[in-house]
Design a protein around this ligand. Structure first.
Ligand SMILES: *Cc1c(COP(=O)(O)O)cnc(C)c1O
Length: 379
């Protein structure tokens, strides 16, 4: 008999989602920035220390907003990893900016701080580090580089809600930070995100960009008598239906993360012997990083080995997946971006990486079944 299939990801519902959505429906207030949106924002500020949190329709929108708020101009360059999702680069390219791809570190798969300065030119405006798998980039080094060259840091913290660097919440460390609440992320409202504003000087502009480039928020607060179009903006607010679902998820962050951690730790302990035998490599988490168990990945020997393991697991009903096709090797990445130096670590690690199922409801038996299947694939 075929074994029960194990999916790669599954959103974890708390039960409050449907109750909050019903409340939103009954309230008749469904457009953005209502009670639920404001409660989400207040919790996100509390969790991260941000001055302002704006709940958006997606993490993609939060990143797009960030570069409108910064006033990125055509030809401005933004340094980012190539090992990331298309949205990281789209946010820059949509403003006519140039995504500049820099290699990642062998251990954490995050932007390699040692290789950033060689890519800086007079057109460089910002650093856009991605905290891969909720493991923080070396923020002290990045902040020192940003200060020396007068660059802004925008964190792509799409993976990173609840994770920390030196005890400080990710997303709250750059001038701005972007979260994603897509179905595949730790907390999910289907499609949603948030932009954190950590520099008070950007608050007014961020509120305007969020509300279609108008001063509507200030009007709504009674600060001005009428509102008008003052900047470029778009419709970046999430509706109250989405915010209602998101509120339930943010409220449950501690328990959702703890249950993911159980799975992550079980994998990590179980794969230690295989790593010691040189059969695979496990994730590396530096001592000053508190991760959020967003991803459990393994690095196989090479691409052929990785593909073989994924196939082997698939034949046993277990869905494991690879991750990013490096942007500098993709069609749009070649067209809109630039890699000033070769990216050998990006290419090698992206080709070897596979992600295993991880979600709060994945029980110990299934986790152990996955571990056993990986071990059998390597046998
Ligand atoms: C998920 C993700 C995004 C985009 O978030 P969406 O909410 O799906 O729009 C951006 N960057 C990274 C690194 C992501 O993983």
């Amino acid at each position: 008999m075929a074994e029960k299939p194990i999916s790669f990801t599954r959103p974890s519902l708390t039960g409050d989602e449907i109750r909050y959505i019903a409340e939103a429906l009954q309230s008749g207030q469904l457009a953005g920035n209502g009670t639920f949106g404001q409660r989400c924002a207040a919790l996100l500020r509390e969790l991260t220390g941000a001055n302002l949190a704006l709940v958006t329709g997606s993490g993609t929108h939060a990143l797009e907003m960030a570069f409108l708020v910064l006033g990125l101009e055509p030809g401005d360059e933004v340094i980012m990893p190539s090992f990331t999702f298309a949205s990281t680069a789209n946010a820059v390219a949509l403003r006519g900016g140039v995504p500049v791809f820099v290699d990642i570190r062998e251990d954490t798969l995050n932007l390699d701080e040692e290789k950033i300065e060689a890519a800086i030119t007079p057109r460089t405006r910002a650093l856009l580090p991605v905290h891969y798998a909720g493991v923080a980039c070396a923020m002290d080094r990045m902040q020192a580089i940003a200060e020396r060259h007068r660059l802004d840091i925008v964190e792509d913290a799409a993976h990173a809600i609840g994770a920390t660097w030196q005890g400080r919440p990710l997303g709250g460390l750059g001038r701005m930070g972007a979260f994603s609440f897509h179905q595949t992320k730790n907390l999910s409202a289907g499609e949603a995100g948030a932009l954190l504003i950590n520099d008070p000087a950007l608050i007014d502009r961020a509120e305007i960009v969020w509300e279609k480039g108008t001063t509507r928020l200030r009007f709504g607060r009674g600060e001005i008598g009428r509102y008008e179009w003052t900047e470029l903006g778009s419709s970046y607010l999430a509706s109250e239906l989405v915010a209602a679902m998101l509120l339930a998820q943010i409220e449950a962050m501690a328990s959702i993360t703890a249950r993911r951690q159980n799975v992550w730790q079980r994998y990590h302990a179980s794969f230690e012997p295989l790593e010691q035998a040189g059969r695979l490599r496990r994730p590396v988490v530096p001592a000053d990083c508190g991760h959020n168990a967003h991803i459990y990945y393994l690095l196989a020997e090479d691409a052929a080995d990785r593909d073989r393991i994924i196939r082997f697991l698939g034949e046993r009903g277990i869905r494991a997946v690879f991750h990013y096709v490096p942007l500098h090797e993709s069609k749009a990445g070649r067209r809109y971006g630039r890699a000033p130096a070769p990216l050998p670590v990006t290419e090698r690690q992206a080709a070897r990486l596979l992600r295993l199922p991880i979600y709060p409801d994945l029980d110990i038996e299934d986790t152990d079944r996955i571990v056993a299947a990986v071990a059998a694939a390597l046998d």
